[in-house]
Design a protein around this ligand. Sequence first.
Ligand SMILES: [Fe+2]
Length: 249
Amino acid sequence: MIDFFHLKREQALPELFWHTDLHSHVCPGIDDGARSAERSVNLVRAMADFGFTRMIVTPHVTDETFPNTPAVIASSYLSLTESCRRAGVEMRFNCSAEYRIDDLLTHYLQTGQVRSLPGGYLLVENSWLQEPFALDAFLFALRNEYKLIPILAHPERYPYYHNHRERYEQLHDQGVMFQVNLLSLAGHYDRACRHIGEWLLDHDYIDFIGSDLHRLRHIESLRSYFCSRDYRKLEAKAHLIKNDTAFPE
Ligand SMILES: [Fe+2]
């Protein structure tokens, strides 16, 4: 009897069309991602096995749950890079953060403590519950006052936008770039995220794709997705994806 399950698992991994990941939680011990340097190394090794050569790591910075200071992030980042070097895992790294749009981010902006992505981009995320107060004014200030280009992390994961898709158009039209999670397209979270992620893909709203990697379970979902037919839909939009072109070395 043919073991279809086994066949599916053994499907060859395609060569990915991009090699830079810009969103992950592999810095050890400072958010809900990797809990130890050993786990960090395992995650990075798995990303290298997929074909990634560069990771811009983005620990959470949120007022409520992970009020990470620049010094805390720098120390964890050093531990990450040193651990990978010692383990012989080849990866080029940059360090930034995923900033929740809240009072702490405002404070860091006002005091010059924000660590942007190369090229002057800033990865920001909304609250899960509601759109941040005066979001448009904040994004305007980010671009015009602080000269930073906002990348909105996983727009497909905010449920309050799902029935207000005109908001995606408004935000994108005002210069906010969208980073959709591969795990959403993979169906890792729920049907709604997948559906909206695909809708954003179909409507050419996706500028960046990110792993938002926290743990090894995510690696398994990514592997299944890369080997699936759904992945071909993303490949068809490769010309729109700026992961490898936006961030100077
Ligand atoms: Fe994240």
